[in-house]
Design a protein around this ligand. Structure first.
Ligand code: GZL
Length: 320
């Protein structure tokens, strides 16, 4: 009886073992992506929409999301990042509440070979290699769009009071600088007062009440760094017996549903979109990083502007 040479037999046995291992691998479910997300807190409707986007999208993709709400404190975010490192997550995502103070904990993540995605807000760092990429909006462009819209609407004239966002945050710093830079072209537009309402509705109302007392009828425009503060300011204006959107023009940023509705109702005049719905983009990027693929260092969301010319038509399709 003709027998197979020994080496053929071992080759055949090896091929069978490979096949078995391959089919076993194919059957074992892929380990879900484990992502640690440090969220700033819940200071505004925008933030709530951003959290919903991150959580629902993780659910949809079967991502093991470790979510931490920092209650608006940077030290809580830093603590959360350290905990994600200890848990050995695949990717760390941070919405940094303020721009500075991140290098030490980002160096710890780098030493642990865990890539970091910055979402929503940027940071100031000497070493750009400490994070893989940034996904969010261009705050400077938003401030510029708001100022250009106002210059046209107000024919380049008016006294402006400014409601700033969280002190030290990228959106507050860049929206303030962009707006101030843009209105230098219009000497008739003047910022007569500026104070932080911390992106909160109550903050916007309180600061506006103080401005109305201090400046009385001298205020022509409110420039708010976000819709929550703008809506708080509109309430203060009404309580002072004036008509927001008519006696005092209100230009703001975020384009949350309530602000677009307020434009339709004539209480707010303009809001520049700052989309919070970037869960899908964040997780697609995280998957690429884990697979060792290169990703763009900065990925900006596209933002549009809403005023009385397009708010009503846009409202039905808005999701936040
Ligand atoms: C912008 C985001 C800001 C929003 C505010 O990307 O960081 O923080 O404009 C939110 O509504 O509180």
């Amino acid at each position: 009886m003709h027998t197979l040479p020994r080496r053929w037999f071992s080759l055949f046995a090896g091929a069978l073992a490979l096949l078995a291992a391959g089919s076993l691998l194919a059957q074992t479910p892929k380990k879900p992506l484990k992502i640690g997300f440090s969220q700033t807190g819940a200071e505004s409707a925008w933030r709530t929409a951003n959290t919903v986007s991150m959580k629902t999208e993780a659910e949809k993709r079967g991502i093991d999301l470790k979510f931490s709400d920092a209650q608006s404190k940077q030290e809580n975010q830093i603590r959360a990042v350290r905990s994600f490192i200890t848990q050995g997550v695949d990717v760390i995502v941070i919405a940094p509440i303020v721009e500075t103070g991140w290098d030490p904990v980002l160096r710890e993540a780098k030493r642990a070979h865990i890539p970091v995605i910055l979402t929503d807000r940027t940071i100031k760092t000497e070493d750009e290699s400490l994070y893989a990429c940034f996904i969010g909006s261009d705050f400077y462009e938003e401030g510029r769009m708001a100022a250009d819209w106002l210059a046209k609407f107000a024919a380049g004239k008016g006294n402006i009071v400014e409601l700033q966002g969280t002190p030290g945050s990228a959106p507050a710093n860049e929206r303030r600088k962009a707006f101030a830079d843009a209105i230098t072209k219009y000497p008739g537009l003047k910022i007569i007062d500026s104070q932080s309402g911390d992106f909160r509705r109550a903050g916007g109302k309180e600061v506006m009440e103080a401005f109305l007392k201090k400046h009385s009828k001298a205020i022509d425009v409110v420039y708010a760094h976000n819709d929550d503060m703008a809506l708080g300011a509109a309430q203060a204006i009404e309580e002072a017996g004036l008509k927001p959107g008519k006696d005092i023009t209100i230009v703001t940023i975020d384009a949350i549903n309530e602000a677009i509705q307020a434009i339709v109702d004539g209480r707010i005049n303009c809001t520049v979109e700052c989309s919070p719905l970037f869960g899908p983009k964040v997780y697609e990027t995280a998957a690429k990083l884990v697979a060792g693929e290169k990703v763009p260092k900065k990925a900006y969301n596209k933002d549009e502007l809403f005023d009385s010319s397009n708010a009503a038509a846009a409202l039905p399709s808005r999701v936040y």
